[in-house]
Design a binder for this molecule. Structure first.
Ligand code: SF4
Length: 340
Protein backbone atom coordinates (compact mmCIF):
# COMPACT_ATOMS: atom_id res chain seq x y z
CA UNK A 1 0.00 0.00 0.00
CA UNK A 2 1.44 3.37 -1.05
CA UNK A 3 2.82 5.59 1.71
CA UNK A 4 1.88 9.25 1.46
CA UNK A 5 3.80 12.07 3.10
CA UNK A 6 2.13 15.14 4.59
CA UNK A 7 2.84 17.23 1.53
CA UNK A 8 1.18 14.67 -0.74
CA UNK A 9 -1.84 14.41 1.57
CA UNK A 10 -2.18 18.19 1.52
CA UNK A 11 -1.99 18.18 -2.27
CA UNK A 12 -4.68 15.51 -2.52
CA UNK A 13 -6.99 17.36 -0.14
CA UNK A 14 -6.68 20.59 -2.13
CA UNK A 15 -7.13 19.08 -5.61
CA UNK A 16 -9.86 20.46 -7.87
CA UNK A 17 -13.02 18.85 -6.57
CA UNK A 18 -13.83 16.88 -9.72
CA UNK A 19 -10.40 15.28 -9.77
CA UNK A 20 -10.51 14.55 -6.03
CA UNK A 21 -13.88 12.83 -6.27
CA UNK A 22 -12.82 10.90 -9.37
CA UNK A 23 -9.72 9.56 -7.62
CA UNK A 24 -11.68 8.73 -4.46
CA UNK A 25 -14.32 6.86 -6.44
CA UNK A 26 -11.72 4.96 -8.37
CA UNK A 27 -10.16 3.72 -5.09
CA UNK A 28 -13.56 3.01 -3.57
CA UNK A 29 -14.66 0.86 -6.49
CA UNK A 30 -11.39 -1.02 -6.53
CA UNK A 31 -11.52 -2.02 -2.86
CA UNK A 32 -15.27 -2.19 -2.17
CA UNK A 33 -16.77 -3.83 -5.22
CA UNK A 34 -20.16 -4.43 -3.61
CA UNK A 35 -20.57 -0.71 -2.80
CA UNK A 36 -22.57 -1.49 0.35
CA UNK A 37 -23.24 1.20 2.94
CA UNK A 38 -22.98 -0.37 6.37
CA UNK A 39 -25.51 0.75 8.95
CA UNK A 40 -24.04 1.09 12.41
CA UNK A 41 -26.12 1.77 15.49
CA UNK A 42 -24.54 3.66 18.40
CA UNK A 43 -25.95 3.89 21.90
CA UNK A 44 -24.72 5.44 25.11
CA UNK A 45 -24.45 2.79 27.81
CA UNK A 46 -23.28 5.29 30.44
CA UNK A 47 -24.01 8.96 29.97
CA UNK A 48 -22.39 12.13 31.33
CA UNK A 49 -20.14 13.02 34.31
CA UNK A 50 -16.98 12.24 32.36
CA UNK A 51 -13.85 13.60 34.08
CA UNK A 52 -12.19 14.51 30.75
CA UNK A 53 -12.57 18.06 29.43
CA UNK A 54 -12.99 17.54 25.65
CA UNK A 55 -14.25 20.98 24.61
CA UNK A 56 -16.75 19.60 22.10
CA UNK A 57 -18.42 17.12 24.40
CA UNK A 58 -21.67 17.59 26.33
CA UNK A 59 -20.81 14.56 28.47
CA UNK A 60 -17.85 16.24 30.15
CA UNK A 61 -18.41 17.00 33.86
CA UNK A 62 -16.49 20.27 33.31
CA UNK A 63 -19.35 21.98 31.47
CA UNK A 64 -22.83 23.02 32.40
CA UNK A 65 -24.92 21.29 29.76
CA UNK A 66 -28.56 20.33 29.80
CA UNK A 67 -28.01 16.57 29.76
CA UNK A 68 -29.73 13.62 31.43
CA UNK A 69 -26.91 11.75 33.14
CA UNK A 70 -27.24 7.98 33.39
CA UNK A 71 -25.36 5.19 35.13
CA UNK A 72 -24.47 2.01 33.25
CA UNK A 73 -27.71 0.86 31.61
CA UNK A 74 -29.19 -2.56 32.42
CA UNK A 75 -28.45 -5.63 30.32
CA UNK A 76 -32.17 -5.82 29.59
CA UNK A 77 -32.21 -2.28 28.07
CA UNK A 78 -29.05 -3.07 26.15
CA UNK A 79 -30.50 -6.25 24.67
CA UNK A 80 -33.69 -4.47 23.63
CA UNK A 81 -31.71 -1.70 21.95
CA UNK A 82 -29.59 -4.25 20.08
CA UNK A 83 -32.64 -6.27 18.97
CA UNK A 84 -34.28 -3.08 17.77
CA UNK A 85 -31.15 -1.99 15.88
CA UNK A 86 -30.93 -5.37 14.18
CA UNK A 87 -34.62 -5.27 13.27
CA UNK A 88 -34.02 -1.89 11.63
CA UNK A 89 -31.18 -3.21 9.50
CA UNK A 90 -28.07 -2.35 11.54
CA UNK A 91 -25.08 -4.65 10.99
CA UNK A 92 -22.88 -3.12 13.64
CA UNK A 93 -23.78 -2.20 17.21
CA UNK A 94 -21.55 0.30 19.01
CA UNK A 95 -21.69 1.00 22.74
CA UNK A 96 -20.20 4.16 24.23
CA UNK A 97 -19.49 4.90 27.89
CA UNK A 98 -18.42 8.34 29.14
CA UNK A 99 -15.41 7.11 31.10
CA UNK A 100 -11.82 8.31 31.33
CA UNK A 101 -10.80 4.69 31.66
CA UNK A 102 -12.42 1.31 32.01
CA UNK A 103 -12.43 0.02 35.61
CA UNK A 104 -11.89 -3.63 36.42
CA UNK A 105 -14.64 -5.36 38.43
CA UNK A 106 -18.30 -4.58 37.87
CA UNK A 107 -17.83 -2.18 34.92
CA UNK A 108 -15.59 -4.53 32.96
CA UNK A 109 -17.76 -7.59 33.76
CA UNK A 110 -20.94 -5.79 32.66
CA UNK A 111 -19.34 -4.63 29.41
CA UNK A 112 -18.24 -8.22 28.72
CA UNK A 113 -21.84 -9.39 29.20
CA UNK A 114 -23.04 -6.64 26.86
CA UNK A 115 -20.59 -7.71 24.16
CA UNK A 116 -21.79 -11.32 24.47
CA UNK A 117 -25.43 -10.23 24.09
CA UNK A 118 -24.59 -8.26 20.94
CA UNK A 119 -22.57 -11.12 19.46
CA UNK A 120 -25.39 -13.58 20.13
CA UNK A 121 -27.57 -11.43 17.88
CA UNK A 122 -24.99 -11.80 15.13
CA UNK A 123 -24.09 -8.14 15.08
CA UNK A 124 -20.59 -6.69 14.88
CA UNK A 125 -19.74 -5.41 18.37
CA UNK A 126 -17.81 -2.19 18.93
CA UNK A 127 -17.20 -0.31 22.19
CA UNK A 128 -15.74 3.03 23.18
CA UNK A 129 -14.80 3.10 26.86
CA UNK A 130 -11.81 5.42 27.22
CA UNK A 131 -8.35 4.17 28.11
CA UNK A 132 -7.91 0.42 28.58
CA UNK A 133 -5.07 -1.79 29.78
CA UNK A 134 -3.52 -4.65 27.84
CA UNK A 135 -5.23 -7.19 30.12
CA UNK A 136 -8.62 -5.57 29.61
CA UNK A 137 -8.13 -5.53 25.83
CA UNK A 138 -7.42 -9.28 25.92
CA UNK A 139 -10.58 -9.90 27.99
CA UNK A 140 -12.72 -7.82 25.64
CA UNK A 141 -11.34 -9.72 22.65
CA UNK A 142 -12.11 -13.01 24.39
CA UNK A 143 -15.70 -11.86 24.94
CA UNK A 144 -16.02 -11.54 21.15
CA UNK A 145 -15.41 -7.81 20.66
CA UNK A 146 -14.86 -6.94 17.00
CA UNK A 147 -13.73 -3.32 17.25
CA UNK A 148 -12.64 -0.70 19.74
CA UNK A 149 -13.30 2.96 19.02
CA UNK A 150 -10.84 5.55 20.27
CA UNK A 151 -10.73 8.68 18.11
CA UNK A 152 -7.56 10.69 17.76
CA UNK A 153 -9.91 13.64 17.12
CA UNK A 154 -7.46 15.98 15.34
CA UNK A 155 -3.74 16.76 14.89
CA UNK A 156 -1.43 16.39 17.92
CA UNK A 157 -0.83 20.18 17.93
CA UNK A 158 -4.51 21.15 17.86
CA UNK A 159 -5.41 18.38 20.31
CA UNK A 160 -3.77 20.40 23.11
CA UNK A 161 -6.22 23.25 22.47
CA UNK A 162 -9.22 20.93 22.74
CA UNK A 163 -8.35 18.56 25.61
CA UNK A 164 -6.12 19.26 28.59
CA UNK A 165 -6.87 16.24 30.81
CA UNK A 166 -5.05 13.71 28.66
CA UNK A 167 -2.31 13.61 26.07
CA UNK A 168 -2.51 12.70 22.41
CA UNK A 169 0.16 10.04 23.05
CA UNK A 170 -2.14 8.28 25.55
CA UNK A 171 -4.72 7.85 22.78
CA UNK A 172 -2.11 6.32 20.50
CA UNK A 173 -0.96 3.95 23.27
CA UNK A 174 -4.49 2.68 23.86
CA UNK A 175 -4.88 2.07 20.13
CA UNK A 176 -1.67 0.04 20.17
CA UNK A 177 -3.03 -2.15 22.99
CA UNK A 178 -6.26 -2.67 21.05
CA UNK A 179 -4.34 -3.73 17.95
CA UNK A 180 -2.03 -6.00 19.96
CA UNK A 181 -5.03 -7.83 21.44
CA UNK A 182 -6.26 -8.59 17.91
CA UNK A 183 -9.24 -6.22 18.03
CA UNK A 184 -10.01 -4.09 14.97
CA UNK A 185 -9.24 -0.42 15.37
CA UNK A 186 -11.88 2.25 14.91
CA UNK A 187 -10.37 5.72 15.03
CA UNK A 188 -11.14 9.00 13.34
CA UNK A 189 -11.77 12.60 14.16
CA UNK A 190 -13.93 15.68 14.24
CA UNK A 191 -13.78 18.58 11.86
CA UNK A 192 -15.09 22.07 12.52
CA UNK A 193 -13.50 22.70 15.94
CA UNK A 194 -11.37 25.58 14.62
CA UNK A 195 -8.54 23.42 13.28
CA UNK A 196 -6.71 24.33 10.07
CA UNK A 197 -6.55 22.29 6.88
CA UNK A 198 -3.03 21.36 7.90
CA UNK A 199 -4.39 19.91 11.18
CA UNK A 200 -6.85 17.84 9.17
CA UNK A 201 -4.08 16.58 6.89
CA UNK A 202 -1.92 15.71 9.92
CA UNK A 203 -4.78 13.80 11.53
CA UNK A 204 -5.28 11.77 8.35
CA UNK A 205 -1.51 11.19 8.07
CA UNK A 206 -1.37 9.70 11.60
CA UNK A 207 -4.24 7.32 10.77
CA UNK A 208 -2.59 6.50 7.43
CA UNK A 209 0.75 5.78 9.14
CA UNK A 210 -0.86 3.13 11.38
CA UNK A 211 -0.11 -0.22 9.79
CA UNK A 212 -2.55 -1.74 9.19
CA UNK A 213 -4.73 1.35 8.79
CA UNK A 214 -7.70 1.48 11.18
CA UNK A 215 -10.38 -0.83 9.77
CA UNK A 216 -12.93 1.84 10.62
CA UNK A 217 -12.60 5.64 10.41
CA UNK A 218 -15.44 7.79 11.71
CA UNK A 219 -15.43 11.33 10.32
CA UNK A 220 -17.54 13.63 12.46
CA UNK A 221 -18.61 17.22 11.88
CA UNK A 222 -18.75 19.24 15.07
CA UNK A 223 -22.22 19.66 16.53
CA UNK A 224 -21.83 22.80 18.67
CA UNK A 225 -23.69 22.09 21.93
CA UNK A 226 -24.89 24.87 24.25
CA UNK A 227 -22.84 24.92 27.42
CA UNK A 228 -19.67 23.50 25.86
CA UNK A 229 -16.71 25.80 25.05
CA UNK A 230 -17.31 25.22 21.32
CA UNK A 231 -21.00 26.19 21.46
CA UNK A 232 -20.51 29.26 19.23
CA UNK A 233 -18.54 27.64 16.46
CA UNK A 234 -20.17 27.86 13.05
CA UNK A 235 -21.12 24.72 11.21
CA UNK A 236 -18.62 23.57 8.60
CA UNK A 237 -19.23 24.02 4.89
CA UNK A 238 -20.39 20.74 3.33
CA UNK A 239 -17.45 20.68 0.90
CA UNK A 240 -15.03 20.58 3.85
CA UNK A 241 -16.22 17.17 5.04
CA UNK A 242 -16.43 15.93 1.45
CA UNK A 243 -12.75 16.81 0.91
CA UNK A 244 -11.71 15.11 4.16
CA UNK A 245 -13.68 11.94 3.36
CA UNK A 246 -12.38 11.75 -0.22
CA UNK A 247 -8.77 12.20 0.97
CA UNK A 248 -9.24 9.51 3.63
CA UNK A 249 -10.63 7.16 0.97
CA UNK A 250 -7.65 7.75 -1.34
CA UNK A 251 -4.95 7.24 1.29
CA UNK A 252 -6.73 4.48 3.29
CA UNK A 253 -8.60 2.63 0.55
CA UNK A 254 -9.45 -0.52 2.53
CA UNK A 255 -10.92 1.22 5.59
CA UNK A 256 -14.60 1.61 6.21
CA UNK A 257 -15.16 5.35 6.42
CA UNK A 258 -18.11 6.27 8.59
CA UNK A 259 -20.13 9.42 8.12
CA UNK A 260 -20.80 10.12 11.78
CA UNK A 261 -22.00 12.99 14.00
CA UNK A 262 -23.17 16.20 12.38
CA UNK A 263 -25.05 14.51 9.55
CA UNK A 264 -28.33 15.96 10.79
CA UNK A 265 -27.10 19.40 9.68
CA UNK A 266 -26.37 18.24 6.12
CA UNK A 267 -28.79 18.22 3.22
CA UNK A 268 -29.64 14.92 1.57
CA UNK A 269 -27.47 15.97 -1.38
CA UNK A 270 -24.45 16.60 0.86
CA UNK A 271 -24.84 13.20 2.45
CA UNK A 272 -25.04 11.57 -0.97
CA UNK A 273 -21.88 13.44 -2.00
CA UNK A 274 -20.18 12.11 1.15
CA UNK A 275 -21.10 8.58 0.05
CA UNK A 276 -19.83 9.34 -3.46
CA UNK A 277 -16.57 10.63 -1.95
CA UNK A 278 -15.86 7.31 -0.30
CA UNK A 279 -17.88 7.09 2.92
CA UNK A 280 -19.40 3.62 3.17
CA UNK A 281 -21.10 3.58 6.53
CA UNK A 282 -23.52 5.79 8.38
CA UNK A 283 -24.46 5.81 12.02
CA UNK A 284 -28.07 4.98 12.26
CA UNK A 285 -30.64 5.71 14.95
CA UNK A 286 -32.42 8.80 16.27
CA UNK A 287 -29.50 9.69 18.57
CA UNK A 288 -25.71 9.44 18.35
CA UNK A 289 -24.72 9.14 22.00
CA UNK A 290 -26.16 12.49 23.12
CA UNK A 291 -26.60 14.38 19.84
CA UNK A 292 -29.60 14.19 17.59
CA UNK A 293 -29.30 12.15 14.40
CA UNK A 294 -31.40 11.71 11.25
CA UNK A 295 -34.61 9.72 11.61
CA UNK A 296 -34.30 6.07 10.61
CA UNK A 297 -36.98 6.40 7.94
CA UNK A 298 -35.07 9.32 6.34
CA UNK A 299 -31.93 7.19 6.36
CA UNK A 300 -33.63 4.19 4.81
CA UNK A 301 -34.88 6.48 2.03
CA UNK A 302 -31.42 7.98 1.58
CA UNK A 303 -29.72 4.59 1.20
CA UNK A 304 -32.45 3.40 -1.15
CA UNK A 305 -32.08 6.48 -3.32
CA UNK A 306 -28.31 6.06 -3.32
CA UNK A 307 -28.30 2.37 -4.19
CA UNK A 308 -31.25 1.70 -6.43
CA UNK A 309 -31.89 2.34 -10.04
CA UNK A 310 -34.72 4.83 -10.34
CA UNK A 311 -37.33 3.03 -12.42
CA UNK A 312 -39.50 6.13 -12.68
CA UNK A 313 -37.06 7.91 -15.00
CA UNK A 314 -36.44 5.11 -17.44
CA UNK A 315 -38.02 5.30 -20.84
CA UNK A 316 -39.36 1.76 -20.51
CA UNK A 317 -41.63 1.65 -23.48
CA UNK A 318 -38.95 2.77 -25.89
CA UNK A 319 -36.49 0.28 -24.44
CA UNK A 320 -38.98 -2.56 -24.78
CA UNK A 321 -39.85 -1.74 -28.33
CA UNK A 322 -36.29 -0.93 -29.29
CA UNK A 323 -37.46 2.33 -30.80
CA UNK A 324 -35.02 5.12 -31.31
CA UNK A 325 -37.50 7.95 -31.75
CA UNK A 326 -40.17 9.68 -29.73
CA UNK A 327 -42.63 12.53 -29.94
CA UNK A 328 -42.03 15.89 -28.35
CA UNK A 329 -44.88 17.72 -26.54
CA UNK A 330 -45.71 19.52 -29.76
CA UNK A 331 -46.01 16.21 -31.60
CA UNK A 332 -42.81 16.63 -33.58
CA UNK A 333 -40.81 13.39 -34.01
CA UNK A 334 -37.38 13.62 -32.34
CA UNK A 335 -34.53 11.19 -32.48
CA UNK A 336 -33.18 10.07 -29.09
CA UNK A 337 -29.75 9.88 -30.67
CA UNK A 338 -29.63 13.68 -30.58
CA UNK A 339 -29.66 13.62 -26.77
CA UNK A 340 -26.54 11.98 -25.54
S1 SF4 B 1 -15.45 12.77 24.38
FE1 SF4 B 1 -15.40 10.94 25.66
S2 SF4 B 1 -13.64 11.27 26.95
FE2 SF4 B 1 -14.14 13.29 26.13
S3 SF4 B 1 -15.52 14.20 27.65
FE3 SF4 B 1 -16.79 13.18 26.15
S4 SF4 B 1 -17.18 11.16 26.99
FE4 SF4 B 1 -15.43 12.02 28.09
Amino acid sequence: MKKYNLNEINKIMSMPLGELLYKAQHKHKKYFQNKDVQLASLISVKTGSCPEDCKYCPQSAHYNVDLQKEKLISLFSLENAAINAKKNGAQRFCMGAAWKKLNDGNDLETIIKMIKIVKKLNLEACVTLGTITEQQAIKLKKAGLDAYNHNIDTSPEFYKKIISTRKFEERINTLKKVRKAGINVCSGGIIGMGESWLDRAKMLKILHDMRPNPESIPINALVPVKGTPLENRSLIEPLEIIRVIATARIIMPKSRIRLSAGRKNFSKETQILCLLSGANSIFYGENLLTTENNSMSEDKKLIKEFNQQDESIRIKQLENEGKKQSRSDSGEIISLENYV
